[in-house]
Every structure is written in structure tokens, then in C-alpha cells.
Design a binder for this molecule. Structure first.
Ligand SMILES: [Zn+2]
Length: 488
């Protein structure tokens, strides 16, 4: 089979005796002679995802368990094919809906929080689009670090030896659909990278996707634009960076540029660059944050050895920043019903990550998640949801201890105010964590319910705190009151 031709088999090939076919399967990919079935490869992923979700649903896993299944088995299905082929938007929506509905089935959170990091109130999954873009863009890093394959040679050739200036316009989509896909993803990533932390100040100029030629011409700075006599060596042009010619919001003098850089720019091209950079400065630089921690893309990529996570982090950052602003909203109810003060953002981040403590077993992680996001069915919450058969709102423990009339079972009563809870807590502290005796009443309440305190306690104290809360909840459930049915 010959791909990318008119389908006619030349006579010299037809005569050599091999079977000629119109399509074949290679490493799980279906490939046809005119490449018209590439999207069927990405279409099959949905079926595999449904089958994985249906299989694992039988085990009724906890939330952290479901997240692990999604990351280990489901994203891997997407990653294998989509690291070189881009699915259609409809297919991406399908993947998203299958994975997210599997993970987010019990005690669900808002859709925009599923694919956010835990420290900003999310479930810690990642967005499918960003995941695919980062996988594809990471091929460029490989081509930059080492050229030892045909494909990385092709990228280097198209970019005059600097793959970091890759742009879809330098790859022919007809003859090289996979590299073109990679170039599109690289463009998405590098545009976002240059917009963050003023990284644009150390950016490459050639094919830079966010620098336009002028106010009227939104074309990028391509190699053809720099045609001059004598011509500029392509490899030198591909290495030219903005900070070599631009400083303190203006172009460096013409002679300085000529001395510093190894690019022999003509006056005409120097003026052309001046127009483009001034236009960029006027158009976008005011939108950049004031902090200047800029880093060049070549330095960023050598910070990590392999993987696509650092690339995905750059793509996710705008969404993460947006989500962080909403963080206090997620916990407003928790701090209102516990009567505690809302902590600062950094402490709030720790609080929202407390359910992801690595040493906790999944059951405790699941419980902590429900605890901090107000999803535990204490009886005063439950009574709002059951209309036909009103639930007794009295505290489970106080009813058993015959402290009548038993107070209403609210969250704060069950985990703090209840006499049974406080007796058990006092015993726990005096026997196992006496250092907590030094805390005032409000500080102790804050530590027990949130894990936040002025003193930094060892991890074992934090785990003991969570186990204590879990045992209170477990005991409450086992007494038969958690379901709303009073036991005999
Ligand atoms: Zn009670």
C-alpha cells in the first residue's frame, strides 16, 4: 500500500510479488491508503472507555479509587492514540463525559472542578484537551533534545535546526499529517507559555505565534519575511531571541544589535522587527502580570527529563488561577457551620488538599472529602431531603446516652459539641497526643476539624485526627441512626 498518492500502484512495485492492499493495521492503528480513516482510530477509544467504566463500576470503589482507575486505565487509552492523532471535538466531549461521569458519580462536584487540581478545590483529574495537547507538544521537546528518528529529523529540517520555533505553516498537512498535528499543539502550548510570567521577553522571534508583523498585518514573522541580500543564515535566524534586540520596552540601537547577535540584519529587516515588537508591546504587554520571573522555553524544557506534565501545567494555569479565586466560596458553608474563621488562601489550599494526604487509605480519603465539602449525611441535613417520612433530627449519641431532650444532630454538634465526642476526644488527647493540651479551646476546635493550626504538627498527629473523626462517623453509622431509622 502506498499512502498519500492517487492510489495507483506503479508497475515496478506491482511486479515484485507482494500483496497490495488498500488498508492495514499497524500497532493497533488502522491506516488506509488515502488516510481517510484516521478518525476511526480515535473513535474506537470511546468504546474502550465505556467498557472500562462498566467493568470497574461493579467494584463500587471510593472516590480516590475511581480517580486512580481513570488516571491509570482511561487516560492511558486516550494517550496511546491521541499522542499523534487529534480526535474531533465531538470525540473529545465523549471521552470527557464517560470519564467524568464515572468518577463524579457519588457526592458529585461541579463540572468545572473535576479537572482542577485538589489545592483549588478540584478532584485532581486533568482536562482532556490539555492532556492531548501536552502529549503531542512533548514530541517537540524530544526532537529538541535529540535528533535520532526520521520524524525528529523532519521537524529539525523544517525549523532550521531549532524545533522550538515549530509552527503549523512550516509542515505540509497533506504529506505529513502527524507532524502537522504536533505543530498545531506546539503552537497552542508555546502561545500560552509566552503569555505567562513575561516569558515573551526571552522568546524566539521566528514563527512566534503571538507576535504580529504590524497593527494591520496579523501574519507571523516567517523566514520569507527576512529575505535580504546577503541572506541571513537560517540556523542563526531560528535562534534569534527577543531580548537580543529589545530592551527596556524599545529596540536596541541598530549597531548594538549587529555587534551582539550573529544575525547580519539589514536596516529594512531591523525596522520591520521594530514595528512588530512595538506593536506587540502596545497591544499585549500591559496585560502581562507585573511580576517578572521570565524563563526562556529552552531552559524550561531542560528542567524536566521526560513526561508531559510540566507542559500540561502551563496549559492549565489560566483555568487553575480562575478556580483559585473561587476557593473561598467552596468552604464558606463549612466555616459558617463550624463557627471558625476563614483562613488565608495558602492555608485554604492546604485544607482543600487534606483529603489527598498520601499516607491515608482510600476509605479515609473519601471520608475526609465528604467531611470538608459538607457531604456527610448528618441527620439535620438528611431531614431536608426526605419529605414523605420525616427523620428524627435528634443526635444519635445523645439519644443513646439518654440526654433528653437530645439536641439536634448538626455537623458541629456531632463532631465537636456532643458530650460523647468530647469525652472521647479528651481521652484521645490525654493518652496519645498530649501536645494538643497546650492549645486553647478555639485553636483545638480548628485543629480537630480542619487540621490547620499555628504549630506545625507531625503527619502522624494529622492522621490520628482524621482517624478520630472517621471513627466518630463510623460509630454513628453503625448505631443504625445514620440511615434515619432509629434502632430498637
Ligand atoms: Zn450529641
Amino acid at each position: 500500500m502506498i499512502t498519500g498518492t492517487n492510489g495507483q500502484i506503479p508497475e515496478d512495485l506491482a511486479d515484485i510479488g507482494f500483496d497490495m492492499v488498500n488498508s492495514f493495521k499497524l500497532l493497533g492503528f488502522d491506516v488506509s491508503w488515502n488516510l481517510d480513516n484516521l478518525t476511526t482510530n480515535t473513535g474506537k477509544i470511546s468504546l474502550k472507555l465505556i467498557s472500562i467504566a462498566n467493568y470497574w463500576r461493579r467494584f463500587n470503589l471510593s472516590l480516590p479509587g475511581r480517580i486512580s482507575i481513570a488516571k491509570t486505565f482511561m487516560y492511558a487509552q486516550i494517550g496511546y492514540v491521541c499522542s499523534i492523532l487529534s480526535p474531533t471535538q465531538e470525540q473529545i466531549n465523549n471521552y470527557r463525559s464517560i470519564i467524568f461521569s464515572y468518577v463524579n458519580c457519588r457526592a458529585p462536584v461541579a463540572q468545572d472542578r473535576i479537572a482542577s487540581p485538589c489545592e483549588v478545590g478540584g478532584l485532581g483529574l486533568f482536562d482532556i484537551c490539555d492532556y492531548i495537547t501536552s502529549l503531542q507538544a512533548s514530541w517537540v521537546k524530544r526532537a529538541y533534545v535529540r535528533t535520532h528518528d526520521n520524524w525528529s529529523y523532519d521537524i529539525n529540517k523544517a525549523t532550521a535546526g531549532n524545533p522550538l520555533v515549530l509552527h503549523p505553516t512550516v509542515i505540509n498537512q497533506e504529506t505529513n499529517p502527524v507532524l502537522h498535528t504536533i505543530a498545531i499543539s506546539w503552537k497552542k502550548f508555546i502561545s500560552e507559555f509566552y503569555k505567562q510570567n513575561k516569558n515573551i521577553s526571552k522568546a524566539f522571534l521566528l514563527n512566534n505565534p503571538i507576535i504580529h508583523r504590524s497593527g494591520d498585518d496579523r501574519g507571523i514573522l516567517t523566514e520569507n519575511l527576512f529575505a535580504q541580500n546577503p541572506p541571513i543564515p537560517k540556523t542563526e535566524l531560528a535562534k534569534l531571541k527577543i531580548d537580543q534586540i529589545w530592551c527596556n520596552n524599545r529596540m536596541k540601537p541598530f549597531h548594538t544589535v549587529a555587534n551582539i547577535t550573529s544575525v547580519p540584519l539589514s536596516l529594512n529587516n531591523y525596522m520591520r522587527l521594530g514595528t512588530a515588537l512595538t506593536n506587540y508591546h502596545n497591544r499585549l504587554s500591559r496585560e502581562q502580570p507585573a511580576i517578572n520571573q521570565s524563563i526562556s522555553i529552552d531552559h524550561y524544557l531542560v528542567r524536566f527529563k521526560k513526561g508531559s506534565k510540566p507542559i500540561r501545567n502551563i496549559l492549565q494555569k489560566p483555568k487553575t488561577d480562575k478556580q483559585q479565586k473561587k476557593l473561598p466560596n467552596y468552604f464558606r458553608t463549612f466555616f459558617r457551620i463550624t463557627g471558625l474563621d476563614m483562613p488565608e488562601t495558602e492555608q485554604l489550599k492546604h485544607f482543600s488538599m487534606s483529603w489527598q494526604m498520601t499516607c491515608l487509605p482510600n476509605r479515609l480519603k473519601d471520608f475526609t472529602f465528604q467531611l470538608i465539602y459538607n457531604k456527610l449525611a448528618v441527620r439535620n441535613r438528611l431531614s431536608h431531603m426526605v419529605v414523605d417520612n420525616p427523620i428524627d433530627r435528634a443526635c444519635t449519641f445523645c439519644t443513646i446516652a439518654k440526654q433528653l431532650p437530645a439536641p439536634e444532630e448538626t455537623f458541629i454538634h456531632l463532631f465537636w459539641d456532643c458530650t460523647t465526642t468530647s469525652v472521647l476526644l479528651n481521652k484521645l488527647i490525654s493518652n496519645f497526643i498530649p501536645e494538643l493540651n497546650a492549645l486553647g479551646d478555639n485553636e483545638l476546635k480548628s485543629f480537630v476539624l480542619t487540621g490547620l493550626a499555628q504549630t506545625r504538627y507531625p503527619i502522624i498527629t494529622q492522621v490520628t485526627r482524621i482517624i478520630f473523626l472517621y471513627l466518630i462517623w463510623d460509630m454513628h453509622q453503625k448505631k443504625g441512626y445514620g440511615t434515619g431509622k432509629p434502632s430498637k
